[in-house]
Design a protein around this ligand. Structure first.
Ligand code: INI
Length: 156
């Protein structure tokens, strides 16, 4: 029996519409993630008119906002961006865990891809290293994931 060709997504937008939801906490970092996500979409010829940015107070608010946006039916994917930086308190663990769990749950329950662009780092230097203007920007990575998942699902 010959092996069938793997099915995988590409990065061609084909009219897909994106919501980017970005947390204001650690805004210096999250705005860099946002620039990375926008750059990633622009590099793949997504028109600016097909991208809408929404802001929420902190990472904890990302899952609910993502759910509301998914439920509008207006977007093919949601890109969730935030930065949680360890401050030596247990609060960090709770915010990380709930945000991560919540974002996963929104994707699973709505069926809309929610790209996970949440940095969880020990300090600001690590967060900066993962949100810069060169390679390794987690926001850009999340944008490419959103593109790929839309394309994959369109082939199912
Ligand atoms: N929110 C973040 O996005 N990053 C953080 O590092 C952070 N810390 O450290 O507390 C944070 N907290 C706020 C939280 O996301 C909610 O906005 C707040 O608790 C109100 O619900």
């Amino acid at each position: 029996m010959s092996e069938s060709r793997p099915v995988e997504g590409n990065f061609t937008p084909d009219g897909a519409r994106f919501a980017i939801v970005v947390a204001r906490w650690n805004g210096g970092i999250t705005e860099s993630l946002l620039r990375g996500a926008q750059r990633g979409l622009q590099r793949h010829q997504v028109p600016d008119a097909d991208v809408q940015v929404y802001r929420v107070p902190g990472a904890f608010e990302l899952p609910l906002a993502a759910r509301k946006l998914a439920e509008t039916g207006r977007f093919d994917a949601i890109i969730a961006l935030g930065a949680v930086i360890r401050g030596g308190t247990p609060h960090f663990e709770y915010v990380c865990a709930e945000t991560t769990r919540g974002i996963g749950e929104v994707a699973l329950t709505t069926g809309i891809p929610v790209a996970f662009g949440l940095l969880t780092t020990d300090d600001e230097a690590q967060a900066r290293a993962r949100s810069g203007d060169d390679s390794g920007n987690k926001g850009e990575e999340a944008a490419l994931t959103a593109l790929e998942m839309i394309s994959l699902f369109r082939q199912l």
